[in-house]
Design a binder for this molecule. Structure first.
Ligand code: ADP
Ligand code: C5P
Ligand code: MG
Length: 208
C-alpha cells in the first residue's frame, strides 16, 4: 500500500497519471452540419472544438512538408493517414488548455479509430451522429461558399462514397457499444441544436 506521503510526492514529481480529457466524437456525412453545431455547443457547454478537416487545411496553409500530400487527398475526398491527423489533434489538445473536446470529422475510418485509441488510450464519452440525407447534404455543400476545393460536385460524390464505405462502419462500431447519440440533422439549425442540447444536458451523460 502506498502511503499518503508517497502519493503526494509522486504527484509533486508529476509521476501520477494525469486525468484523461473528455472527448466527444462528432460524426456525420459531409455537410450534415457538424461544424455549425459544434460552434453552438462550444458557446453553451465549454468544450474546445477541434475539426480534423480544419486542422488538415491549416497544415496545408502552414507550408508543412505534408502539405501537398494532404491537399491531394482532400481534393480526392480520401482520408489522410492517421499518423498525420492524430499528431495535429494531439498538438491542438495540448495547446488548448481545456480538458473537454469536440473532435469533429474524426475518426473517419477504422484506421483512424484504432490508431487514436492506441496512441491516446482515450475512449469517447459518446459519439454525436448527425443524420442527414445525401440530397440535403449536397444542397448545403454546393451553397457553402467557403472557397473549399472539395465542395464541387465531382469531389462531393467521392466524399459521399467514402462516408458510406469507411465512416459508417465506425459509427456502427460505436453503436454496438451504445455510444452513439443520433440527431436528425435535416431540420433548421436552431431545431437541430435543440436536440443536441438534450444530449448534452442528459443525466445519463455522466462523463460530460
Ligand atoms: P459539416 O461540418 O458537417 O461539413 P457545416 O456545419 O459546414 O457541415 O454545414 C454545411 C453548410 O450547411 C454550411 O453552409 C452551413 O451554414 C449549412 N448548414 C448547417 N446546418 C444546417 C441546417 N440545419 N440547415 C440548413 N443549412 C445548414
Ligand atoms: O470534415 P471535413 O469535411 O472538413 O473534411 C474534409 C476532408 O479532410 C475530408 O474529405 C478528407 O479528405 C480530409 N479528412 C481526413 N481525415 C479526417 C478528417 C478529414 O483525411 N479524419
Ligand atoms: Mg466541417
Amino acid at each position: 500500500m502506498e502511503t499518503v506521503l508517497e502519493a503526494a510526492t509522486k504527484e509533486a514529481n508529476g509521476t501520477v497519471a494525469e486525468k484523461k480529457p473528455t472527448v466527444v466524437f462528432v460524426l456525420g456525412g459531409p455537410g450534415s452540419g457538424k461544424g455549425t453545431q459544434c460552434a453552438n455547443i462550444v458557446q453553451h457547454f465549454g468544450y474546445t472544438h477541434l475539426s480534423a478537416g480544419d486542422l488538415l487545411r491549416a497544415e496545408i496553409k502552414s507550408g508543412s512538408e505534408n502539405g501537398t500530400m494532404i491537399q491531394n487527398m482532400i481534393k480526392e475526398g480520401k482520408i489522410v493517414p492517421s499518423e498525420v491527423t492524430i499528431k495535429l489533434l494531439q498538438r491542438a489538445m495540448a495547446e488548448s488548455g481545456n480538458d473537454k473536446f469536440l473532435i469533429d470529422g474524426f475518426p473517419r475510418n477504422e484506421e483512424n479509430r484504432a490508431a487514436f485509441e492506441d496512441v491516446t488510450k482515450i475512449e469517447p464519452a459518446f459519439v454525436l451522429f448527425f443524420d442527414c440525407s445525401e440530397e440535403e447534404m449536397e444542397r448545403r455543400l454546393l451553397s457553402r461558399n467557403q472557397g473549399r476545393e472539395d465542395d464541387n460536385i465531382e469531389t462531393i460524390r467521392k466524399r459521399f462514397k467514402v462516408f458510406l464505405e469507411s465512416s459508417l462502419p465506425v459509427i456502427e462500431h460505436y453503436n454496438s457499444r451504445e455510444k452513439v447519440r443520433k440527431i436528425d440533422a435535416a431540420s433548421p439549425v436552431e431545431e437541430v441544436f435543440e436536440s443536441v442540447k438534450v444530449v448534452f444536458t442528459s443525466k445519463d451523460e455522466k462523463a460530460v
